[in-house]
Design a protein around this ligand. Structure first.
Ligand code: PMP
Length: 307
């Protein structure tokens, strides 16, 4: 269950959590016509707080809306201010932040017509997405029987709600089969991403990740690529096959919710030593220092605020 906060920003106003409701004939509920973001705010070591890469997340939201043809009545800057206002209003020093832009109630056909475009920003406390233990010991993953979207079937650069039915299918199958998470292959059979995470593998100290062609351009992915480069690692964006994962030294997921989660096994084959490998551990440690405001070199990624 989500831990309730006091208010949710709803079309420009702070509305009590229990009153932030919509009608059952909301277009988005029927056709998935919505775009969203997942953002994290962290409490820093010095007692202040920061929202990690807030502006880039809001730019991605604006772009997702544009891809779907939704006319979003707010700029990325306005949405950043609204997110921070919501965090402060709810006295959240650390939180998960969920903006959502959706087609509201009105016409009931597929064409959204003149239906209103509604915007909310909710924030609530949320710990490690796949569990605290997962960050250290890694998770068990299966390659899904469901393929990731083809780039010309769904718009993979949009973080669109409708796209996530594919993620739900893969995640539900993985959990029902006794795994923690799924890896989806694309329609050419290459590795794409997890149900809500980007994927990296390490072989002989070189880091590999698939191109963003058919996967979401994750901001954690982008952060880890920069960080790994700064730490002296070579990072290659190239096609990865399923068997390459089986024989990799390390495989890990990145994402706002998952942060950096190592993968201990794939399809019951142990990866590396079956726990977080040295590269994943180093990147994870440095990533957590950055988000907690302990590395000045990456201060430009932090949107500081004080509750
Ligand atoms: N891929 C998918 C399908 C996702 O849902 C997410 C989470 N937003 C990611 C990758 C990782 O993106 P980010 O690092 O920006 O959270």
């Amino acid at each position: 269950m989500v831990q309730k906060s006091e208010t949710i920003w709803f079309n420009g106003k702070q509305v009590p959590w229990d009153e932030a409701n919509v009608h059952v004939l909301t277009h988005a509920l029927h056709y998935g016509t919505a775009v969203f973001e997942g953002i994290r705010a962290y409490e820093c070591a010095d007692g202040s707080s920061e929202v990690f890469r807030l502006h880039e997340h809001m730019v991605r939201l604006v772009n997702s809306a544009k891809i779907l043809g939704l006319v979003l009545p707010y700029t990325a800057d306005e949405l950043c201010e609204a997110a921070v206002e919501t965090l402060k209003r709810n006295k959240l020093a650390g939180a998960y932040v969920r903006p959502l832009v959706f087609v509201g109630e009105g016409a009931m056909g597929v064409h959204p017509g003149q239906n209103p475009i509604e915007t909310i920003i909710a924030a609530w406390p949320w710990g490690a997405y796949l569990g605290e233990e997962a960050l250290e010991k890694g998770i068990k993953v299966k390659v899904s029987t469901f393929n990731r979207h083809h780039v010309n079937v769904m718009m993979t650069k949009a973080k669109a709600s409708g796209n996530y039915v594919n993620s739900v299918l893969a995640k539900t199958e993985a959990v029902a089969d006794g795994y923690d998470e799924a890896i989806l292959l694309d329609t050419t059979g290459h590795v794409s991403e997890g149900s809500g995470e980007n994927l990296f593998m390490v072989l002989n100290d070189i880091i590999y990740t698939p191109h963003t062609d058919g996967v979401l351009g994750g901001l954690t992915r982008d952060s880890i690529i920069s960080l790994a480069g700064d730490l002296g690692y070579e990072v290659r964006e190239e096609p990865i096959t399923r068997d390459m994962l089986y024989t990799a030294d390390e495989v890990f997921f990145t994402g706002t919710a998952a942060e950096l989660t190592p993968i201990s096994s794939i399809d019951r084959r142990q990866i590396g030593n079956g726990a977080a490998g040295p590269v994943a551990k180093l990147l994870q440690t440095e990533f957590f220092k950055i988000v907690k405001g302990e590395n000045q070199d990456y201060e430009h990624w932090l949107y500081r605020y004080q509750v």
